[in-house]
Design a protein around this ligand. Structure first.
Ligand SMILES: [Zn+2]
Length: 142
């Protein structure tokens, strides 16, 4: 598993890998003075972790800690969707994540767009949960 552990106060995230992110959170928490949370967990090991570290090296602060940019958050969201077989939605979210790495949008616009996208993804999550409960197909997944 590759995880994103986030401090909302500092707006920073740790990108790491391991089998037990919850246990890792407890370990990392003892070294940080704000409340941390697990923001995302995706499939993969050190290879995936390293490729994300490399991709976001411009946002690296120290060790495994990165600026929590909208692009990084959406990158994890897209990988999570892909892991779950929601490939078409994943593609759109990856595209949005990549657009936000450039300077097309201001930081304020990026945060607004990320929040909008996260609301959409929450709704997708809700529908997928309903679907698995009721056996109804809400999403035409290829
Ligand atoms: Zn903090």
């Amino acid at each position: 598993m590759v995880y994103l552990i986030t401090c909302d106060k500092c707006n920073v995230s740790k990108v790491g890998h391991g089998f037990d992110p919850k246990k890792r959170l407890l370990g990392v928490q003892t070294g940080h003075h704000h409340k941390l949370r697990i923001e995302s967990v995706i499939d993969g090991g050190s290879g995936v972790e390293k490729s994300i570290h490399f991709k976001y090296s411009a946002d690296r602060l120290h060790g495994e800690w990165f600026r929590r940019t909208p692009s990084l958050v959406l990158d994890f969201a897209a990988r999570d969707l892909r892991d779950r077989g929601l490939k078409e939605i994943a593609k759109d979210v990856f595209l949005m994540s990549d657009c936000m790495r450039g300077s097309w949008y201001s930081d304020e616009e990026k945060i607004g767009l990320m929040n909008q996208m996260c609301n959409v993804l929450d709704e997708v999550e809700r529908l997928v949960e309903l679907e698995s409960k009721d056996g109804i197909e809400f999403l035409g997944v290829a």
